[in-house]
Design a binder for this molecule. Structure first.
Ligand code: GLY
Length: 273
């Protein structure tokens, strides 16, 4: 559920959305065809997983924050921040997902002769009727990866090789028993239109925690060149500490027209109460 998705709360909003996408071409040619889906309600869970086409090994769960504004307001984006693990992904939800979603997915792909090996992304919503799939991606997620891979203790290359060799069941996949938070700094106006070309300054002592995305190097300077400019990840023993530490770093990074959500992880914190 990324860019180009409009969540309509009323029929009128749905009709306006169709006009803006298909007639006014809000998303350009991408709006030549649209998909209308069931309205699902509930917390979102992202589960990136390794698969060799035989078994599915879920990575630590995470929670994306898709809306552009605080308190889940504004347009949907590619993701404005993440936390891991996701408190809504309990052991019983994980078991249900494995039985009803993960294994049936790879089995169906095998049956179609399209065995999938690598990283399979399950975008889930935990509804009152149980977990439902919002989207699949055959790739790592962004900004989920920024909180998931820093918590991986096992060797990523060994695991990825096992996905292609078909030996994933015998391969160790272990995650740290810690929490991670990532806050995305974006260009004001994203995901619709925004200005680019502003110089970014990142203090050297926090550079290792910054994942640069929508930026380019020009004449030795780092300049903004995209909507989601960079993500700042912190790892800590508790979720609160990880969130605080990530925001502390965000406040030290500068570029004109920067904006970010101020509530990354708040829903997860409440769920833990
Ligand atoms: N964060 C959503 C995605 O990677 O598609």
């Amino acid at each position: 559920m990324g860019k180009g998705v409009i969540i309509a709360m009323t029929r009128e909003e749905a009709e306006d959305a169709i006009i803006s996408i298909m007639k006014d071409k809000k998303f350009g040619k991408s709006g030549n065809s649209i998909v209308v889906e069931e309205f699902l309600e509930g917390p979102e869970v992202s589960v990136l997983s390794f698969t060799d086409g035989k078994v599915v090994v879920p990575m630590i769960s995470s929670m994306d924050h898709k809306r552009a504004g605080d308190n889940d307001t504004g347009l949907n984006t590619g993701g404005m921040g993440t936390v891991a693990p996701n408190p809504y992904y309990t052991e019983s939800v994980a078991k249900e997902c494995m039985e009803k979603i993960f294994l049936p997915t790879i089995n169906a792909m095998n049956a179609e002769g399209r065995t999938f090996k690598g990283c399979l992304y399950f975008g889930l919503m935990i509804t009152k009727d149980g977990p439902k799939v919002i989207e699949y991606n055959c790739r790592f997620g962004d900004p989920e990866t920024q909180v998931v891979l820093p918590l991986l203790k096992s060797d990523l290359f060994t695991i990825m090789k096992a996905t292609t060799d078909g030996t994933l069941a015998q391969t160790e996949v272990e995650f740290a028993d810690k929490n991670a938070a990532c806050v995305i700094m974006a260009s004001e106006g994203y995901p619709v239109s925004y200005e680019k070309g502003y110089e970014i300054t990142i203090p050297e002592d926090i550079a290792d925690c910054v994942f640069v995305a929508g930026a380019k190097c020009e004449d030795g300077k780092l300049l903004t060149s995209g909507g989601r400019v960079l993500g700042v990840t912190a790892i800590a023993d508790t979720l609160q500490e990880a969130i605080d530490s990530s925001y502390k770093m965000v406040e030290q990074i500068r570029f004109d027209n920067a904006f970010y959500r101020h509530d990354i992880g708040q829903r997860a914190l409440k769920a833990k109460e």
